[in-house]
Every structure is written in structure tokens, then in C-alpha cells.
Ligand binder design. Structure first.
Ligand SMILES: [Zn+2]
Length: 265
């Protein structure tokens, strides 16, 4: 929500946060807001140096790089925090509502998740085209409703980024990222979880561009079959999308179980 005053426009981002004691809205400005736009619903975050003031009995929260505010996304950290306040290792069967837990699981299967525009070379629908700056899905300029596989090279189309209100994206700013869903099982429960683009790359051990260079359906298919049976530790976030009652699960960070020493205690 851009904010204009005296002819000068600033980027303004509204974020709703919940620490278990109350729900509050905060405003993040300019560079910090653009960086924090990576945050996803349900993630556990640490906010440092927020500005607080009072307005009509309500607490008003503001943050910007100028006032030293910092945002850390704990859920995306690939190491496990040693503070017991932040670390929560549990079994999948104990998951409830909105939560962030670490769990040791086995990868049962990997499925394509893409419902957005994807490159013509993607035979699996396992990637989507996003704006490189914000990693949000792009739209086709000539057909805003289009979602599906392009029938030609990416550079013959023109794209817009609705998230950044950028209506003229140069071709090099439109990149593929993975969009996959994986089935995980820890012996107490199995569930389907979405993944962030970084996690998907770690699971598949290949970059989206490398996948698109594989020339056949069967070669691309192999990359989705390879992770089956691997034991991993995941940072798992469960959340409810606004206006929905379905609970979604998303893996925000992942590493091989062999690389984690002492885990469940
Ligand atoms: Zn964008």
C-alpha cells in the first residue's frame, strides 16, 4: 500500500502478527518491507527494534531499516535454534492448527504443484515463473487469466508482476522456481506439505534451470522419483489461509537427517 506525502511516495507493507497472547497489525516501510515480503503466513519470525506508540488506546507498531528494525525468519533457518523457546521437536500426529515444529520424517513421494504459468520446457508442471525480485508468480500481459504451460520460449511473452505493480518486466527478471508438494511420514502420520522454492531445490538436488534443460519427460520424471525414501529433518509450518478453514502445511527448511546430531530429546 504505497503512501504518498508531499509528492514523495514510500512503500508501505501491512503485516498481521500473533505471538499467542494477542494479534496485532504492524507497518513495515520501504527496504525493510520489501525484504520482509518474503515472509509467509504461519512462519515463526523474530522482530527486533520495532517502534511502538499509542493511538486511541491501541498499540501502533512500525518498523524500518532507518530505525534499526530487523526481521529474522526462524522457520527458514537450516540450523535448529538451541533455545527451547524457539525449538519445538515433535511428531506429526501432534500437529495442531497454526504451529511451527521440527520433525524427523521420511520422504514418501514428490508431486508437481504448479498451478501458475510455467516454461514450455517443463514436462512435469513442477516449476512456475516468478518475478526474480519478489519470487511472486507473474502474469501474462496479453492474458492476465492465463495459467498453464507456455507454447514457446519465455522471451517471446511479456509479463507483469501484480505483487510489485511492475507492468514491464524485462525477460531476465522472469525466472523459474520449483513448485512441488511432498508426502512425508514419521511413523505417526503421513501428510502432504507444500515447499518453499529453496526447500524444493534442496530436496531435488537440482536447480529449476537444470531441470528445464533435461530433454525428455522421463529424465525430468527421474528427478521427482530420486528423493523417495530419504530421511530428513524438516521445519514444518501449519497455517490456515485467510478466508479458508483448510489447514495447509509447508516445509520452510530441510536437511538430511544424517547431518543432524542430537535431535529428539
Ligand atoms: Zn514482483
Amino acid at each position: 500500500m504505497p503512501f504518498t506525502e508531499n509528492g514523495e511516495t514510500q512503500d508501505r507493507y501491512a503485516v498481521r502478527i500473533d505471538d499467542g497472547t494477542a494479534v496485532r497489525d504492524m507497518t513495515l516501510w520501504n527496504l525493510l518491507g520489501r525484504q520482509a515480503a518474503r515472509m509467509l503466513p504461519g512462519q515463526l519470525v523474530l522482530l527486533v527494534n520495532l517502534d511502538t506508540s499509542e493511538e486511541n488506546g491501541d498499540v501502533v507498531l512500525n518498523g524500518s531499516s532507518e530505525t534499526g528494525t530487523k526481521v529474522y525468519i526462524i522457520s527458514e533457518m537450516t540450523s535448529i535454534p538451541t533455545s527451547s523457546v524457539l525449538r519445538n521437536c515433535s511428531f506429526l500426529s501432534t500437529l495442531s492448527g497454526s504451529a511451527n515444529i521440527y520433525s524427523k520424517v521420511c520422504i514418501v513421494s514428490v508431486h508437481p504443484g504448479a498451478t501458475h504459468i510455467r516454461d514450455a520446457r517443463d514436462y512435469l508442471s513442477a516449476t512456475m515463473l516468478v518475478h526474480a525480485a519478489c519470487h511472486r508468480p507473474v502474469q501474462r500481459k496479453d492474458n492476465l487469466q492465463f495459467s498453464g504451460t507456455l507454447d514457446g520460449p519465455v522471451d517471446v511473452y511479456e509479463f507483469v508482476c501484480p505483487a510489485c505493480c511492475n507492468h514491464n518486466l524485462p525477460p531476465e527478471d522472469v525466472i523459474p522456481i520449483f513448485d512441488i508438494v511432498i508426502c512425508i511420514d514419521d511413523g505417526t502420520l503421513s501428510l502432504m506439505a507444500h515447499t518453499t522454492a529453496t526447500v524444493a531445490k534442496t530436496i531435488l538436488r537440482i536447480s529449476p534451470s537444470q531441470l528445464l534443460e533435461l530433454p525428455s519427460h522421463s529424465e525430468q520424471q527421474q528427478t521427482l522419483l530420486a528423493p523417495r525414501g530419504r530421511e530428513v529433518v524438516v521445519s514444518l509450518t501449519t497455517f490456515c489461509e485467510p478466508f479458508s478453514t483448510d489447514h495447509d502445511a509447508r516445509i520452510d527448511a530441510i536437511c538430511d537427517a544424517d547431518d543432524v546430531g542430537v535431535f529428539m530429546s
